[in-house]
Structures are given as structure tokens and as C-alpha cells.
Design a binder for this molecule. Structure first.
Ligand SMILES: O=C(O)CCC(=O)C(=O)O
Ligand SMILES: [Fe+2]
Length: 279
């Protein structure tokens, strides 16, 4: 089974890609129709979608062909468009997880990233799908914008409680977020009387992640400023984040000379040309 063709209108733009590089995630509110949301929750309750750990590293396209819930969700043209823009054609299934947080479950997860220290420029993506309305009392996954390029080891950050700038995924049913694998996050307590559902799917690229999106706006003057977004919690280290983001933008745009605000060019200036001393 192959993936449906992706139309240009469903691809991400360069400005969206720059936001992904700066924040570590993008959110797409209310993009999944209600019948798919309902089917997805039934699939969890009836345990109709197997865990599939044996499928790790195999092509994503053959996953859950019969499913009118999760399978239908990731086959939506807009979801295909964002997958294609970030990890290209023929991506691999890594793993997925269904999360149910029971009514009045007052404990949240501790802050973590979902991997070991991972210094690659190439990155995996994780879809976070919210099939019902998720008000703040229900938690929503808490994300820390701009944390994905701080390479940590899983729960190394677990002793922190709250960060300035943290963002709970408060959203309506059918919302999907897509995050860089390095994003710091944690599930929040559920103070309501209803069960809270969330589905995560990790996906690996098999192609070089360069210029895979709709690049019509590649020269947009906004991009430099987006890459220089200060999320506020870094203190003086915000500069280190800008440098990391420019390196990642160079990788994604296949342009070793990209710079903004003269940031990396200055550091890379290592002149070798010798001139005679003045006599
Ligand atoms: O339930 C959540 O919101 C987050 C779960 C989580 O951390 C994960 O799936 O990696
Ligand atoms: Fe996680």
C-alpha cells in the first residue's frame, strides 16, 4: 500500500517550517473530522489497534489499512502533507502510544523528552492527536516551546515543575500537534470527571530532510526573525539556541551559507590570508 499523493496546498510553507525549527512543534487545530475522532476513541476502548512494536523500522504506509480511526487520521491529506514536508516520502513507523488519563487523576507526568541524547541534525517527528475537546482542567500535553535542541537524556529534567513559557495543548477535538523528537513535554493531571485520550505516533525519515515542503516563500523576510524567537526561559543562553536553529535551517534548506543577523558568519570567520608586516 502506498501513501496517497500529496497536493502542494497540503504541504507546509517555509514560514511554518521556520516556526517548527524555532518552537519545536506546530499545531493544527480541529483538522480531524468528528467521525474519525469518535472511531479513534472506540478503537482504543475496544483495543482494536495492536501495539505493533514488532513493526518498528518498517514503512508507515502499511499501518492500520482497515482503521477508520487512527489509520484514517494519519491518511488525511493535511496530515500527509505535514508528514511529507518534515520527513519526506516513505517514512518509517517508529512506535505509537495510546494515553488515557482517568477522571480525577491528579498526578501529571514528569517533564521528559522521548529519547536518549540525540545529536543528529536529521530528526524524527511525533504526532500528538487529541480526539476530543481538551480544556485546561483535562491537562493537555504540556510542551516547552524551543526546548527541542537542548539535548537531554529522557527524564533528566524531571525535577522541574514549571517553566516560563510552557504551553499546554488546550484544544478542541480533532487537533493534531507535530513535534521534533527532542521536545520537552509531560502529560498534565486530569481534574475532570471524564477520561482523557491522547495518541502519539513517532515517525522516522528515510530521505535527506531538505526542501521537502512548499518552498515558494523560501526567501520570506520573516524567517530570520522567526528563527530568533526568544522563548524567555533560556536566560542569557538564548544565543546558543539561535546558533543551533541557524545550523538546522542550513541543513533543511541545503544552504551552508544561510545566516541571519550575521550570527554564524562572524563565528566562522577564520582568515588564513597572510600579508606582509609594515616595515
Ligand atoms: O499523554 C500525554 O499528553 C503525553 C504522553 C507522552 O509523554 C508520550 O506519549 O510521549
Ligand atoms: Fe513522552
Amino acid at each position: 500500500m502506498s501513501f496517497p499523493m500529496v497536493e502542494k496546498k497540503d504541504l507546509l510553507t517555509s514560514v511554518q517550517m521556520a516556526n517548527f525549527i524555532s518552537d519545536g512543534f506546530l499545531r493544527f487545530d480541529e483538522i480531524v473530522p468528528d467521525e474519525i475522532n469518535q472511531a479513534s476513541m472506540r478503537e482504543i476502548d475496544e483495543k482494536r489497534v495492536p501495539s505493533h512494536y514488532e513493526r518498528s523500522g518498517r514503512e508507515l504506509s502499511g499501518l492500520w489499512p482497515e482503521s477508520d480511526g487512527f489509520g484514517a487520521m494519519f491518511r488525511l491529506p493535511q496530515v500527509q502533507g505535514l508528514i511529507r514536508s518534515l520527513v519526506g516520502t516513505e517514512p518509517l513507523y517508529d512506535h505509537h502510544a495510546f494515553h488515557k488519563v482517568g477522571p480525577r487523576h491528579v498526578e501529571g507526568q514528569i517533564w521528559h523528552a522521548d529519547n536518549i541524547i540525540d545529536p543528529r541534525l536529521a530528526f524524527d517527528i511525533q504526532l500528538f492527536y487529541y480526539p476530543h475537546d481538551t480544556p485546561r482542567e483535562m491537562g493537555g500535553t504540556m510542551f516547552l516551546p524551543g526546548s527541542h535542541l537542548r539535548r537531554i537524556h529522557e527524564t533528566d529534567i524531571g525535577r522541574y515543575q514549571n517553566f516560563r513559557g510552557q504551553m499546554p495543548m488546550v484544544c478542541k477535538a480533532g487537533t493534531v500537534a507535530v513535534a521534533h523528537h527532542g521536545i520537552w513535554h509531560c502529560a498534565q493531571p486530569n481534574a475532570t470527571d471524564s477520561m482523557r485520550y491522547m495518541f502519539k505516533l513517532r515517525i522516522n525519515p528515510t530521505v535527506r530532510q531538505a526542501l521537502l515542503w512548499n518552498t515558494d516563500d523560501l526567501d520570506s523576510p520573516e524567517i530570520g526573525n522567526i528563527l530568533f524567537r526568544n522563548h524567555g526561559w533560556y536566560g542569557n543562553d538564548d544565543r546558543l539556541e539561535y546558533a543551533q536553529r541557524i545550523k538546522l535551517w542550513r541543513f533543511l534548506t541545503d544552504n551552508d551559507h544561510y545566516d541571519t543577523h550575521y550570527w554564524l558568519t562572524r563565528v566562522e570567520n577564520n582568515p588564513e590570508r597572510r600579508i606582509a608586516a609594515v616595515a
